[in-house]
Design a protein around this ligand. Structure first.
Ligand code: ADP
Length: 570
């Protein structure tokens, strides 16, 4: 039910109740008071009539009529036995028909000596009357008056009350409507404002004349401002948090106590192979590996995990987890695949280096011990010393290559670019190792356009040629041919070093650029190779922003192809 209706019904109810009780109480009270006043008048009049009648002896009915007319009442004269001697309302004939009045309560009381009073329906006159009887000559004088006049007065009062009540009701209705409107409109407006706030809009607050509503509006506005502030604060914190989560390289996942994922940053998505918008399963379903699932189960039971390494779909992940105070947990996932790989590379490298050094060292120690203890003849000594020298040289080459590699891999090495003629550098490199070709009837040629130049570090480029020609010399049989070819390419210079040598079995081609990778380690060592030549080439070419590839056919030959970019403006 609407507030206005309620207000009106309430007011109407109260008014009706008041009116009805007023009608009842007022009618009764007025009747009582008026009848009392009437009775009092009648008593005085009865005494008066008694005084007038006193001493008379006959013509009672005439006297009664006379006095009745004079006082304007019904006057009844009764003797001590209760017989009606005269009555202003009856003629002589009908008087004879009246019964004895001695048993009428007011007459009986008067005969007993007090003032008799009654309010009764009069059989004889057929109306409601108030009667008062007093002891007087010749027995009892009774004066009666109808109550009709009183009833009439009461009816008027009642009508007056009803009219007033109706007017009050109409006024009440009007007040209820106005009051309801004054209250209901702002309340409705406040409700609309609250709804607007609920859907994130900005509310328009109502003005009201009602102080309580003004108070409510003020309170609402204060609440809204406070909520806005808190939301802004939360939004800012959330923004910070999101940026933090997005910018950290560590994968972060938060789950609630039921195991549902509530936060998962980009790093974690990438790590676990979920796209940016892809739906995530529950934390328990996230991993398929049994050991990881068990770990997750423990984490969800509230256990802290300080860096546990697990492998998940080919990746090595370091998991750290901490329980949240309200249940659930936060997991940090660090991809250590690359770290692990590097560590393995380093271990392999150390093992390889040690292994490479061990053979020549063992041989050096052996020969020197023999020389020191056995004192062999001059020819043998010389032979030993030659071997010692060869091993020392081998170690020197290895250490040189290792130093070069270390320099290149340090990340700080930058080529000192200069404009150099490709053919010249190739020629210099060939000249340095050409004596190894003596007597082998090898063919060597350089094909390059006249004056072709490249921007490169002269020393480094010479080392590239030197390593490649070294390999070519090593793996090409007598009467074979070695060729250096250079030609301009779009924004680059293409250089190829090819031979007609033994070639590389296809399954090895992929890996020859790796450090210490050799197709035939024994042969390579025998021939003075370190297994580092091609990795040094690759490093140098890539440091120049170029690329290197190798093509080889077993038994036919090998071609190493490099592309060195031309830098604009250099
Ligand atoms: P090495 O010092 O052993 O030559 P490299 O890194 O230069 O080391 O070469 C790695 C391996 O690649 C060699 O051991 C060899 O097996 C193979 N290789 C390199 N160049 C040639 C080539 N021109 N012909 C045949 N095999 C080659």
């Amino acid at each position: 039910v609407k507030y206005g209706t309620r207000l009106f019904l309430g007011a109407a109810g109260i008014l009706t109740l008041t009116t009805v009780s007023l009608l009842l109480v007022a009618s009764r009270w007025i009747r009582h008071e008026m009848e009392n006043a009437l009775a009092h008048d009648l008593e005085l009049e009865a005494h008066l009539v008694g005084t007038v009648v006193s001493g008379r002896t006959e013509e009672w009915n005439l006297v009664a009529h006379h006095l009745g007319t004079t006082v304007g009442r019904r006057v009844t004269i009764v003797d001590t036995a209760g017989n009606v001697l005269g009555d202003s309302d009856f003629d002589d004939a009908s008087l004879q028909l009246l019964d004895n009045h001695a048993s009428r309560p007011e007459i009986a009381a008067a005969l007993a000596g007090s003032t008799g009073r009654a309010r009764r329906y009069s059989e004889s006159t057929g109306r409601m009357e108030v009667k008062v009887a007093v002891r007087a000559w010749p027995g009892v004088i009774r004066v009666s008056a109808p109550v009709a006049a009183i009833s009439e007065t009461i009816r008027r009062v009642q009508i007056g009350i009803l009219v007033a009540a109706t007017l009050a009701l109409a006024g009440g209705l009007l007040l209820a409507i106005l009051g309801a409107r004054a209250v209901a409109q702002p309340v409705k407006a406040l409700a609309r404002a609250a709804q607007a706030v609920a859907v994130g809009g900005s509310p328009s607050l109502p003005a009201s004349d009602v102080p309580e509503l003004r108070e409510l509006t003020r309170a609402f506005k204060a609440m809204h401002d406070e909520v806005e502030n808190r939301i802004a604060e939360l939004r800012r914190e959330r923004g910070e948090m999101e940026t933090l989560l997005a910018s950290t390289a560590e994968g972060i996942i938060a789950a609630n106590d039921r195991g549902d994922i509530t936060v998962c940053n980009e790093a974690a998505r990438r790590l676990l192979g979920f796209g940016s918008g892809a739906a995530l399963p529950a934390l328990r379903e996230l991993f398929h590996q049994r050991d990881v699932r068990e770990l997750v189960e423990e984490i969800l039971l509230g256990r802290s995990v300080l860096g546990r390494e697990v492998s998940v779909s080919g990746k090595e992940i370091l998991i750290t987890a901490r329980p949240l105070p309200a249940g659930g947990a936060v997991l940090g996932l660090l991809d250590i695949t690359e770290l692990k790989r590097l560590e393995m590379v380093r271990r392999d490298f150390v093992a390889n280096v040690s292994h490479e050094l061990k053979t020549p060292l063992t041989s050096i120690v052996g020969y020197t011990e023999t020389l020191l203890t056995d004192r062999p003849d001059a020819a043998t000594t010389r032979q030993f010393l030659t071997t010692l020298h060869a091993n020392a040289r081998r170690m020197q080459r290895l250490v040189d290559d290792l130093l070069d590699l270390a320099r290149l891999e340090s990340g700080t090495w930058e080529p000192h670019r200069a404009v150099v003629a490709v053919a010249d550098i190739a020629r210099e490199a060939w000249d340095a190792c050409a004596q190894r070709a003596d007597g082998r009837r090898l063919r060597f040629e350089i094909t390059a356009p006249e004056g072709l130049q490249v921007q490169a570090d002269r020393e480094a480029l010479r080392q590239v040629f030197s390593n490649l020609l070294d390999n070519a010399l090593r793996y090409t049989p007598d009467e074979g041919s070695i060729r250096v070819m250079a030609e301009p390419a779009p924004n680059a210079v293409m250089i190829a070093v090819s031979d007609t040598g033994s070639g590389i079995p296809s399954e090895h081609v992929e890996r020859v650029f790796e450090r210490f990778y050799r197709v035939d380690p024994a042969r390579s060592r025998e021939e003075g190779g370190t297994g580092l030549g091609l990795s040094i080439v690759k490093h140098i070419v890539e440091a120049h922003g170029g690329s290197v590839t190798i093509e080889s056919t077993l038994g036919e030959g090998t071609t190493v192809r490099m592309v060195l970019p031309e830098l604009p403006g250099a």
